[in-house]
Design a binder for this molecule. Structure first.
Ligand SMILES: CC(C)(COP(=O)(O)OP(=O)(O)OC[C@H]1O[C@@H](n2cnc3c(N)ncnc32)[C@H](O)[C@@H]1OP(=O)(O)O)[C@@H](O)C(=O)NCCC(=O)NCCS
Length: 211
């Protein structure tokens, strides 16, 4: 099968995951094709709540700003995808920095929920739309999107490549079951350059005269 043309690529919209979506998330995460890559993660209902709920304590306290989104095709939830500031996830991202990942990068993770939907170009389309519309489109400070799937997870590595990510190096996490991981990065597209940083020049408005 050749590469999909833009017309064939499914069109994604995204909405933030809410507590009512956690049952679906629980089902998705426990599907064998997914959970095999989630080794060591708690995918019980409680575990799913404490990792993905917008009301988890770390999110409310502001110490975990991971955004969990659902990717929708024709309004139907098709997959989950998240983004997180790499500086908040050093356990995973620390080895990424020597390979060129910037401190202003977003890490992403994702899945396509239904096994029958995988391998049809849906995951790569979701990742690409998410990187452009959400990571870069909604966060002016993110300069890169990065992911480090297990190299063994061929579908994931290939989907990233098809989405426009490039391989930047191999990473080994001590103690992980499926080492090594493949660091894949997408830079913010030129036309989507972040707005210029505010400089130290005084603002172009009348100074307060203190009177
Ligand atoms: C990873 C995932 C999101 C990718 O989505 P997808 O819809 O399957 O991806 P796509 O169809 O866009 O692309 C997958 C590519 O990998 C290829 N692929 C899949 N399995 C493969 C394998 N075992 N060997 C070689 N190529 C493989 C597909 O053929 C396709 O490439 P092609 O179009 O060039 O032929 C999806 O497979 C998934 O949800 N997997 C389970 C959860 C998961 O692994 N999440 C990522 C954790 S890092």
């Amino acid at each position: 099968m050749g590469p999909m043309t833009a017309e064939e690529r499914p069109e994604f919209t995204f909405r933030l995951l809410v507590d009512d979506d956690l049952e679906l998330m629980h089902t998705w995460l426990n599907e064998p094709g997914v959970v095999r890559w989630w080794e060591g993660d708690d995918v019980t209902p409680n575990g799913v709540w404490s990792t993905y709920s917008p009301n988890r304590p770390e999110a409310l306290a502001g110490t975990d700003s991971t955004e969990n989104w659902l990717g929708l095709i024709d309004g139907e939830p098709t997959g989950w995808i998240c983004c997180w500031p790499v500086l908040e996830g050093l356990e995973e991202s620390k080895p990424w920095f020597p390979l060129g990942v910037e401190e202003t990068a977003a890490g992403i993770d994702y899945l396509v929920g239904a096994p029958v939907e995988r391998g049809k170009g849906i995951g790569s389309a979701m990742i690409r739309s998410f990187a452009l519309d959400i990571v870069f489109g909604q966060h002016q400070w993110f300069t890169q999107a990065a992911a480090g799937p297990y190299t063994e997870n061929v579908a994931s590595c290939r989907a990233l490549e098809k989405a426009g990510f490039t391989f930047r190096g191999s990473v080994t996490h001590p103690g992980e079951a499926h080492n090594p991981c493949s660091l894949m990065v997408m830079d913010r597209p030129e036309s989507e350059e972040p707005a210029e940083e505010p400089d130290d020049e005084p603002a172009d408005e009348p100074a307060e005269d203190g009177a």
